[in-house]
Write a protein of this length. Structure first.
Length: 193
């Protein structure tokens, strides 16, 4: 199934030419960094340009300036994307995670809803920390101690923030029924868990 087969988005996709004076500066920033252009979460967020700008700035920090190494950061985003079955998050971030050094086997296991088999210690704590926090809405003392030892305090805070922010992104995408770019294959097929 491709994105062409999916329901039309609730928010018509904006073009740069259609943006208001309030939306245009954000739209131009988005076009410099987004693999989905003004699509994905940016399409609905442009409808609220002040919030959209603040989310863009937060995402910019979390994606490119976070203390968490890119491989682990992208892994955390994929964990959230898989939990939410977020077509756009998975479509955009699976290739980025692999490019950043996360093994394709880990990505495949995660997509299949399996605990990845061959994780390094830092990958295992990211998986355990994010999965536990999302499932139980807390982090056990043992998991926290492991995360703090392996990642350090700043990375634990940044990791928590990237996971929480990408839950917000997944929620925006779900609310808006955003999909992958036209003609691209959906990562999660209908009927798949």
């Amino acid at each position: 199934m491709t994105s062409d087969d999916a329901k039309k988005p609730r928010f018509p996709l904006l073009t740069l030419e259609e943006l208001s004076d309030e939306q245009r500066p954000l739209g131009e920033q988005i076009m410099k960094v987004s693999s989905v252009g003004l699509g994905g979460p940016y399409n609905p967020l442009l409808r609220s340009p002040v919030l959209g700008q603040r989310m863009f700035d937060l995402l910019y920090y979390l994606r490119w300036n976070s203390s968490v190494p890119l491989r682990l950061n992208e892994f955390a985003i994929l964990i959230v994307g898989r939990q939410w079955r977020s077509q756009v998050e998975w479509y955009a971030h699976a290739p980025l995670a692999i490019k950043a050094g996360l093994s394709p086997e880990i990505v495949a296991d995660l997509k299949a809803q399996k605990r990845p088999a061959s994780m390094q210690a830092d990958e295992a704590i990211v998986y355990d920390f994010v999965t536990e926090l999302m499932a139980t809405h807390r982090v056990s003392d043992a998991t926290f101690a492991r995360a703090k030892q392996i990642l350090g305090e700043q990375q634990v805070v940044d990791l928590t923030s990237v996971a929480g922010t990408y839950v917000t992104v997944a929620m925006v995408l779900a609310m808006a029924e955003e999909s992958v770019p036209a003609g691209k294959e959906l990562p999660f097929k209908p009927g798949e868990p």
